[in-house]
Design a protein around this ligand. Structure first.
Ligand SMILES: *Cc1c(COP(=O)(O)O)cnc(C)c1O
Length: 397
């Protein structure tokens, strides 16, 4: 039996391999594309898009990222608890009652309303330390941010006056930077620039100005300002096929498992819940010990593929919570008596995402089967999958 489980992930025959050299490579590609002098924020929210927050953050910082971006306070605190001292910005809303922890850990907050700003100033005064704030401007995303007009200017003026809040940056976020037509993004850049000009005219210092996500970084150099926020590109994926990359990025993540079981199934037998798959001929069926609870989505039922021995193999029947079945080819026999040699055996490596031999499955493939985007595939990789880190970037720890 050929157990493919890595020695440092012994607790489960299913795991993720994260190549930290790929993370470092992607940081370097982004920095080469970036305006000289502009900083790079590595966006490590959502468990670093499923890759593991702390190891990815360390690798990105070592490769030249200057900032870390997260979505929520707990992610920032996890980085600080690991001893990471780099500047961190929480990109989402941090309610005032949680702000004290952010202030005490020197984590920058996103500010977009006068009322929140007032509460933040009071909390910073009570905490005895200044709060760091980035003013968020809504230029066409419609999510968070002050309007890019007179009302936004009023919040900016209040921010400049807040004695206990340090105005560290000003930013916006693009809605369509990865879409074929650039006009919406160009309009957002114009609005942002006009708002910055208003700030300047009012004698206000916006601090670090930033706008670009991965798509903005590679496609709209006029939006680099003083920093760009690299998310999906950090993990080796283009945001969409409309975003040209100056040089290839390297996907950092592979998803592997060991086959739990291989058996011959007779023609007419059914596989999995609902008996939706009926074997048309005697067939080898393998069981993979991974399910939708791990992020192997139920939508892959009957449409997904995995790699076994470098050969793509189809998902058979419905994906279960913790397991699913695959077809391993015709069994040439009566399916039960003497079906000959199976093409794979229990313990063999199955690749759910990544390369095996010459065959490759990417997060784009999985996204297509599920009718979604690679972002959602990566961020739904469950915590119960052990993460194994590889690459020279690791050895320098
Ligand atoms: C998630 C996020 C990013 C990163 O976006 P990508 O498309 O993954 O590069 C950048 N900025 C903000 C505000 C975000 O929420």
């Amino acid at each position: 039996m050929n157990h493919a489980i890595p020695a440092d992930a012994p607790n489960r025959p299913a795991w993720l391999e994260v190549d930290l050299d790929a993370i470092a490579h992607n940081v370097r590609v982004a920095r080469r594309a970036l305006r000289p002098g502009a900083a790079l924020m590595a966006v490590v929210k959502a468990n670093a898009y499923g890759h593991g927050t702390v190891p990815v953050a360390r690798a990105a910082l070592r490769a030249g990222a200057g900032w870390l971006g997260v979505a929520v306070l707990s992610e920032a605190l996890q980085l600080r608890a690991a001893g990471i001292a780099a500047p961190i910005l929480i990109l989402g809303w941090t309610p005032a009652e949680l702000a004290r922890d952010a202030i005490l850990h020197d984590v920058a907050l996103t500010v977009f309303s006068a009322a929140e700003l007032e509460a933040l100033d009071r909390i910073a005064r009570e905490a005895g330390r200044p709060a760091r704030a980035h003013l968020k401007v809504d230029t066409g995303m419609g999510r968070l941010g002050v309007p890019a007009d007179e009302r936004g200017l009023q919040v900016a003026e209040a921010l400049a006056r807040s004695p206990h809040v340090l105005w560290e940056g000003t930013f916006t976020h693009f809605a369509c930077a990865d879409e074929p037509v650039p006009s919406h993004t160009e309009r957002q850049i114009e609005r942002f620039s006009a708002f910055l000009a208003r700030l300047q005219a009012a004698g206000l210092d916006p601090g670090l100005r930033h706008a670009a996500n991965t798509a903005g970084l590679f496609r709209f150099p006029q939006a680099h300002f003083e920093m760009a926020r690299l998310g999906i590109g950090l993990y080796g994926y283009a945001p969409s096929r409309f975003v040209p990359l100056p040089e290839p990025l390297r996907p950092a993540l592979s998803w592997k498992a060991s086959l739990a079981h291989v058996k011959a199934v007779a023609a007419g037998e059914t596989i999995s819940y609902g008996a939706t798959y009926v074997a048309k001929e005697d067939e080898w069926i393998g069981t993979v010990p991974v399910g939708y609870a791990d992020g192997y989505r139920r939508a892959y039922s009957g449409v997904g593929r995995v790699l076994v021995g470098g050969v793509p193999r189809p998902v058979r029947g419905r994906v279960c919570m913790d397991q699913f079945m695959i077809g391993l080819g015709p069994a040439r026999g009566d399916g039960t008596a003497r079906p000959g040699e199976p093409p794979a055996s229990a313990g063999d490596e199955v690749v759910l995402l990544g390369a095996q031999g010459d065959a490759v499955l990417t997060a784009n493939d999985l996204a297509e089967w599920a009718g979604t985007i690679p972002y959602e595939i990566l961020t739904s990789l469950d915590e119960r999958l052990p993460r194994v880190y590889t690459g020279a970037a690791l050895e320098q720890e």
